[in-house]
Write a protein that binds this ligand. Structure first.
Ligand code: PMV
Length: 361
C-alpha cells in the first residue's frame, strides 16, 4: 500500500551523509495475535501495552553511493560487534522494502543496534528492533523527500513497515497502548498497521507494571513464524478468532472503566488460550515449563489470599509477565522477592512498565 517509485534521489543533488537514531520499546499483548495470512496480516485484532525498560536503540547511518548499483549495501553491528546473521536478515528485509523505499539501493547503509536487555534473556527483541528500524527508515524518507511531515502519517507508515518485519512490532510505535487489526471497536483500525489506543485507557492503566519473570533464557524450540502457520490447521482456529474479537470488546470496556479485575481475567484467559492453541496444533508443541505453571499457581493463590490485583500474561515462551497497577508496586515487588524469584533462571527478572513509546535520540 506504500509502494512509491517516485522516492528516488537525483544524483545531481546528492544528499550529505547523515544518521537517524531511535529508541523503541517492546510491547506486551493482552489480546493476542496468533494466526496470520497473506503478507503478515492478522487473523484477529490484538491489543498491547507499550513497554518502557525493554527497548532497542538503533542508529542508521547513510551516505550516497559514488557508483550506482541496484544492491542493498548494509553493514550491521549488534552491541558494537559485526553480526553477519542479523545483517543477512535485515538485508533481506530491506530488499523486500525496495518498492516502498526505492532510494535505499542508492545509499550505503550502516546500522548500529543495541537492546536494553541481555540478548539471551528469553525476551523476543523483534518488536523493539523492527519498530526501531521502521522509525529510522521513515525519518530517512522524510528527511530526503519531506513526505511524512504529518505525525499521524509518519506513525502509520512506521507501524506498517514494522508490521512487515514482525507482526507485533507494528504495535510498538504508539505511547501506552495500541490496537492492530480491523475492528469495529476502534475507529481507523487496520490489518495493515497499528493505531494508538491511549484513548481507551483509564488513568489506572497508564500507571501499570509488567515485571517479566525469566523462567528460561533458552531460545524457543518453535519459532513464532511456525506457530502462526500451525493455526491454519488448528481445529479450534475459528472459535479462537471469535473469542479474540469478543475479548477485545470486553477489554475496551474494562480499560475505559478502570476495571482491573475484568482486565486481569481477560489477560489470563488470552495467555492460557495462546498456549492451549500451541498444545492443540498438529504437530503440537509446548513452550511453557514446569516453573511457568508453578508461578501461575503462586500468583493466583496470592491474589486470592490478599485481594491484591496482580495478574499474569505469557508471550510465545515460558516467561511470566506480571501485570499490576502502580498502587500495589511495593507489595508485589516484595512478593516477587520472597516467593517468585527463586523459580526464575538465575533469579532473573526485569522490572518494566507501560511507557510513552519510541523516542528519537
Ligand atoms: O510478532 P510475532 O510474529 O513474533 O508474533 C507475536 C505473537 C505473540 O507475541 C504470541 C502475541 C502478540 O500479539 O504479540
Amino acid at each position: 500500500m506504500y509502494e512509491n517509485l517516485k522516492l528516488i534521489l537525483d544524483s545531481s543533488d546528492a544528499p550529505e551523509p547523515g544518521a537517524f537514531e531511535w529508541r523503541s520499546p517492546s510491547n506486551i499483548a493482552i489480546v493476542k495475535y496468533w494466526g496470520k495470512h497473506g503478507d503478515q496480516l492478522p487473523r484477529n485484532p490484538s491489543f498491547s501495552f507499550t513497554l518502557s525498560a525493554s527497548f532497542s536503540q538503533m542508529r542508521l547511518d547513510y551516505e550516497f553511493k559514488e557508483v550506482p548499483d541496484n544492491e542493498i549495501d548494509l553493514t550491521f553491528f549488534f552491541h558494537q560487534q559485526p553480526n553477519e546473521q542479523f545483517a543477512a536478515k535485515i538485508k533481506t528485509f530491506l530488499e523486500r522494502l525496495r518498492p516502498v523505499f526505492p532510494f535505499l539501493s542508492q545509499l550505503k547503509l550502516t546500522i548500529h543496534s543495541e537492546n536494553s536487555f541481555p540478548h539471551s534473556a528469553g525476551i523476543a527483541s523483534s518488536a523493539s528492533s523492527m519498530s526501531a528500524l521502521a522509525l529510522c527508515l521513515c525519518s530517512l524518507e522524510d528527511h530526503l523527500f519531506s513526505t511524512l511531515r504529518v505525525p499521524e502519517e509518519f506513525d502509520r507508515k512506521a507501524s506498517y513497515i514494522a508490521r512487515l518485519g514482525s507482526g507485533s512490532a507494528g504495535r510498538s510505535i504508539y505511547p501506552y497502548a495500541s490496537v492492530w487489526g480491523t475492528t469495529s471497536v476502534m475507529p481507523g483500525s487496520s490489518d495493515e498497521y497499528g493505531v494508538g489506543a491511549e484513548s481507551w485507557l483509564h488513568d489506572t492503566f497508564k500507571d501499570f507494571h509488567d515485571d517479566i519473570l525469566i523462567v528460561s533464557k533458552a531460545e524457543k524450540s518453535v519459532s513464532s513464524r511456525a506457530g502462526h502457520a500451525l493455526m491454519e490447521g488448528n481445529p479450534y482456529a475459528d472459535a479462537r478468532y471469535g473469542q479474540a474479537r469478543k475479548n477485545l470488546s470486553l477489554l475496551e470496556e474494562a480499560l475505559k472503566s478502570g476495571n482491573v479485575e475484568e482486565f486481569g481475567r481477560i489477560a489470563e484467559d488470552e495467555a492460557l488460550t495462546l498456549h492451549a492453541l500451541m498444545m492443540s496444533s498438529n504437530p503440537s508443541f509446548m513452550l511453557i515449563e514446569p516453573n511457568t505453571v508453578a508461578l501461575i499457581k503462586k500468583i493466583r493463590a496470592y491474589r486470592a489470599d490478599t485481594g491484591i490485583p496482580v495478574f499474569f500474561t505469557l508471550d510465545a515462551g515460558p516467561n511470566i509477565h506480571l501485570l499490576y497497577p502502580g498502587s500495589v508496586v511495593h507489595e508485589v515487588r516484595s512478593f516477587i522477592e520472597s516467593d517468585l524469584k527463586h523459580l526464575c533462571e538465575n533469579e532473573y527478572y526485569i522490572q518494566d512498565w507501560v511507557g510513552e513509546g519510541p523516542e528519537e535520540v
